[in-house]
Design a protein around this ligand. Structure first.
Ligand SMILES: NC(=O)CC[C@H](N)C(=O)O
Length: 376
């Protein structure tokens, strides 16, 4: 496959003054946000449409991105959510029987400003050492003073509430309405494949806007609750943390993924913190401390739950740890059927090692329905 470039100059400026020059890709323009990197070699369309990336400018570590094009069904939400894209070779040409278009057209249609031809290996090494910071990409101006002024106005991810911005405006339902397994999902930027994993296991799912109170969730008569993934800092989500506390008092099964995991921790008095540069990729090893087995997981998070506070909490059991840095990857409550993971068991294109967590959630719901003498 030959690589084509636009030959339109573009510039990338980091908050610490680092500058990289390259070529424009996608939409011409200027964009800014928090720089982060994903080490996955495939699944770029799913990554770009993951609402948890909202507000972030993404570096794809893999050298060739775009070479299998794009297709309608390979998405985690209806639009591209990344704020900008940085690559080594972003390909206009693609070869895949099922592809419907090129990555370049797709990013243009979604108004995403990108830069390619960047030495991503040195850039990622730099971010790994210096940590998360804001950056700006432009194919309109190379005036660094102008770009510095844009950076000054770009909000810091630490303390930024973004989940309510990407959440659904209206509630919607998926799956078989006759199913006794009824899951109320709080949507903080939910990925489609999470909902699919529940529907595939026979659940009837209703997805609610992020700021829905418990009284409205209860009108759905849920047999279980789900806290979704999502962008931004979980700590300022003062509309959601009290609702999670109220849900826990219901004593119904509850499952949380990523931001949902962080919210379950916050609702139990465990603080979250901004990580140095986060975890984003699809080969992060996690150990399940209950089964003793290792799983290869997909991850996308820049915040974590405080390990010391989790260890001190008497009502919480640590179920999963990250084998690279021993960070907390999963917890469960000792006195409630509630559990959560920091990583993504729904991962598409994969790995699928952690799909069993959806089975465990559905099993917990069925067990509680049986206890209430409701036929399952
Ligand atoms: N994937 C997610 O839910 C991410 C959660 C949160 N925004 C973080 O960066 O840690």
């Amino acid at each position: 496959m030959s690589h084509t470039t636009s030959h339109i100059p573009a510039v990338l400026l980091l908050e610490d003054g680092t500058v990289h020059y390259g070529q424009a890709f996608g939409k011409r323009g200027t964009t800014s946000g928090e720089i982060c990197f994903n080490t996955g070699m495939t699944g770029y369309q799913e990554v770009f449409t993951d609402p948890s990336y909202f507000g972030q400018v993404l570096i794809m570590n893999s050298v060739h991105i775009g070479n299998y094009g794009v297709k309608e069904s390979d998405v985690e939400s209806e639009s591209v959510k990344i704020r900008g894209l940085i690559g080594r070779n972003l390909e206009e040409q693609f070869s895949r029987m099922q592809a419907k278009g090129s990555l370049d057209e797709y990013l243009k249609a979604n108004n995403i400003v990108c830069i390619e031809g960047v030495d991503t290996r040195s850039l990622v090494a730099h971010v790994r050492v210096k940590g998360a910071m804001n950056c700006v990409i432009s194919s309109e101006t190379t005036d660094l003073e102008e770009l510095k002024a844009i950076l000054k106005k770009t909000p810091n991810m630490d303390g930024l509430e973004l989940a309510s911005v990407v959440s659904t405006e209206k509630a919607y339902e998926l799956g078989d309405p006759t199913s006794p397994v009824r899951v109320a999902v709080l949507d903080f930027g939910v990925k489609k494949h999470i909902l699919q994993c529940m529907v595939d296991r026979g659940a009837f799912v209703k997805v609610f806007p992020a700021k829905t109170p418990l009284s409205v969730l209860k009108e759905f008569r849920p047999s279980g609750y789900f806290l979704s993934n999502g962008p931004g800092d979980p700590a300022p989500m003062d509309y959601a943390i009290p609702v999670v506390k109220e849900i826990l008092r219901e004593k119904k099964p509850l499952f949380g993924i990523c931001l949902g995991h962080q919210l379950l921790a916050l609702a139990n008095g465990i603080p979250t913190f901004k990580m140095h540069h986060g975890h984003r990729g699809l080969n992060h090893p996690v150990k399940n401390l209950v089964s003793g087995r290792c799983e290869i997981t997909t991850q996308n998070h820049g915040f974590g739950v405080d390990p010391e506070a989790v260890r001190k909490a008497t009502n919480i059991e640590i179920t999963h740890v990250n084998l690279n840095d021993e960070s907390i990857e999963g917890i469960r409550l000792k006195d409630r059927p509630a559990f959560s993971v920091q990583y993504h068991p729904e991962a598409t294109p994969g790995p699928h090692d952690s799909r069993y967590l959806f089975d465990e959630f559905i099993h917990l719901i069925k067990k509680s329905l049986v206890a209430e003498k409701i036929p399952v």
